[in-house]
Write a protein that binds this ligand. Structure first.
Ligand SMILES: Nc1ncnc2c1ncn2[C@@H]1O[C@H](COP(=O)(O)OP(=O)(O)OP(=O)(O)O)[C@@H](O)[C@H]1O
Ligand SMILES: [Mg+2]
Ligand SMILES: [Zn+2]
Length: 528
């Protein structure tokens, strides 16, 4: 099996860690003198060696063959740290173990002397994610640490760490690694792996990686899969394609409602130093491309995209409706705005993703209501116009007249009034789909009945009732759809089994059939 280059080339000793000499030298001195600190804080950008150095420390302080502060890498203890089997070394991902209880447990355990080695080492990654309760519990042990305990805290966001914790640690700031140093390392790796890497290609990879060795190695991995002789052209190409491919997968999984995959993809992108704001911007650009291609009937040239990606774009736009793409664009646009003043960019992006995937699942009233609300807002503010201007004036008149009447009548006309099925309801829903897709979705499984000029709607969904009660636009769009189908204005009301009795009218069977077929062809919900 192919092992990712960045894993395969994780430095085994301090001598192998590049670009962080100011840190590795100090650590080596402390360890070889037998005086490691009780707590280290490693900060700095992604993929620069924080976790790598934590592991080397864990090995070196316990390895019986330690030499100049370096672990031997071969003994049982070193191998036990590498494969995570050594009891004395505990790696905690604070992103998933944020609670006080986790830290309390750690506190009790830390009192025991180590089982095999000299030190119990606790590596707490992403330490900024700990809750404040957990930080307090951690502080308690750090105030009086047992002599055999070493804490190594690693984070990319040091400003989120309480100063009380910082002040108890020996702090090291990992620098972004200089492009020349990265390039030299990449050349080494390519030599060792037996593939060609042009000098300018190595430089370009190093530049794109922005100081992160992991990113550099990941990109090199992709380049190598294209060719045995990696050129600058291949690098430029691979970098672009890598992102496009990920965006394609993200859009696909969102559309399929596959949230675990989306989450994994977001993690993956984020781990390559793309922050959530720029990822959101990239997604916005991606959906805009989809929109352009969709609107132009599948022509990929309009979006100016890579030839290799054209087929994927074409495939995807065929699967998505224009309404859906537009919906996603609006969610992302909101998110871009929200992100500019957000403390929790990840949550904002996740909210957007959930909204975008729920519309296809048709299951979240919130997502749909949010959509209706946005549409309403846009319409009220005049940002979008749902109908031609000439029609609008007439419509305004009608709306005025309507608002003076009781439009949505909750009270039945009389007790057990006889009502008949409204056979054209299917057609009404088709019209409604174009005007207000969210509402049409909410009414997907509805039925309707007629009593003179009163249309009684039977829908199980709370969502529909909420929409119709809170939104003039919702009422308006049903009214319009009914007028378009029947040519007449109707009042609206809710169906209630305790107030109405349904009688089957002798309808024209042919007409009913036509209505049903039309409904099933044009919209993706069936009319019972
Ligand atoms: N200074 C370095 N010298 C050599 N290789 C490095 C260095 N820093 C990172 N790498 C490479 O990148 C990979 C990831 O590094 P590491 O896990 O130490 O990063 P990190 O700083 O902990 O990043 P993160 O903040 O994302 O956890 C390593 O396996 C190694 O291949
Ligand atoms: Mg790390
Ligand atoms: Zn060893």
């Amino acid at each position: 099996m192919h092992q990712a280059l960045y894993r395969k080339y994780r430095p085994k000793s301090f001598d192998d860690v590049v670009g962080q000499e100011h840190i590795t030298r100090t650590l080596q001195n402390e360890i070889s003198a037998g005086r490691p600190a009780h707590a280290y804080l490693f900060t700095g950008s992604r993929g620069t060696g924080k976790t790598t150095c934590s592991k080397i420390i864990a090995k070196a302080v316990n390895c019986p063959h330690q030499d100049d502060g370096n672990p031997c890498g071969l003994c049982d203890i070193c191998r036990g740290v590498d494969d995570g089997s050594l009891m004395d070394v505990t790696e905690i991902d604070a992103a998933t173990n944020t609670s006080v209880d986790n830290v309390r447990q750690l506190r009790e355990e830390a009192q025991f002397t180590p089982a095999t080695g000299k030190y119990r080492v606790y590596i707490i990654d992403e330490v900024h994610m700990l809750s404040s309760g957990a930080f307090n519990a951690l502080l308690k042990i750090m105030e009086e640490p047992p002599a055999h305990v070493i804490f190594i805290l690693a984070t990319t966001e040091v400003h989120k760490i309480p100063t009380t914790i910082i002040s108890r640690c020996q702090r090291f700031d990992f620098k972004r690694i200089a492009p020349d140093i990265i390039a030299a390392r990449l050349k080494e790796v390519s030599l060792n792996e037996g593939f060609g890497l042009q000098d300018d290609a190595a430089q370009l990879v190093a530049k794109l990686a922005e100081g992160g060795m992991r990113d550099a190695l990941s990109l090199l991995d992709v380049c190598r899969s294209y060719s045995d002789d990696v050129t600058a052209d291949i690098v430029a190409h691979a970098a672009g394609l890598m992102m496009e491919d990920t965006l394609f997968k993200i859009a696909e999984s969102i559309h399929d409602g596959d949230l675990p995959t989306v989450t994994a993809l977001l993690d993956e992108v984020n781990s390559t130093s793309v922050d959530y704001s720029s990822l959101t911007a990239q997604m916005l650009r991606y959906y805009r491309n989809l929109m352009l291609i969709k609107a132009s009937g599948g022509k990929t040239e309009v979006a100016g995209i890579f030839a290799q990606q054209a087929e994927k774009y074409r495939e995807q736009q065929a699967k998505f409706t224009l309404e859906y793409i537009l919906y996603c664009l609006s969610v992302l646009q909101e998110t871009v705005t929200a992100l500019s003043r957000s403390q929790q960019p990840r949550i904002d992006l996740e909210m957007a993703v959930v909204k975008m995937s729920d519309i296809t699942l048709d299951s979240s009233p919130k997502a749909l209501l949010a959509r209706v609300a946005k549409l309403e807002g846009d319409i009220k503010s005049g940002k979008v116009s749902v109908q031609p201007k000439a029609e609008k004036a007439a419509q305004d008149e009608q709306q005025k007249a309507e608002s003076s009447q009781a439009v949505y009548q909750d009270k039945p006309v009389t007790d057990l009034t006889k009502i008949v099925p409204f056979t054209k309801w299917g057609e009404v829903l088709i019209k409604l789909q174009k005007k207000n897709a969210a509402l049409a979705g909410a009414l997907a499984k509805s039925e309707a009945f007629l009593y003179n000029d009163l249309v009684l709607i039977k829908s199980d969904g709370e969502m529909f009732l909420n929409m119709i009660r809170t939104s003039d636009f919702a009422k308006q769009s049903i009214h319009e759809s009914i007028i378009e189908v029947t040519g007449k204005k109707h009042r609206l009301g809710p169906y209630r089994s305790d107030k109405y009795e349904i009688v089957q009218e002798k309808s024209d069977p042919l007409e009913e059939l036509i209505s049903k077929v039309e409904a099933s062809n044009d919209v993706d919900f069936s009319v019972r």
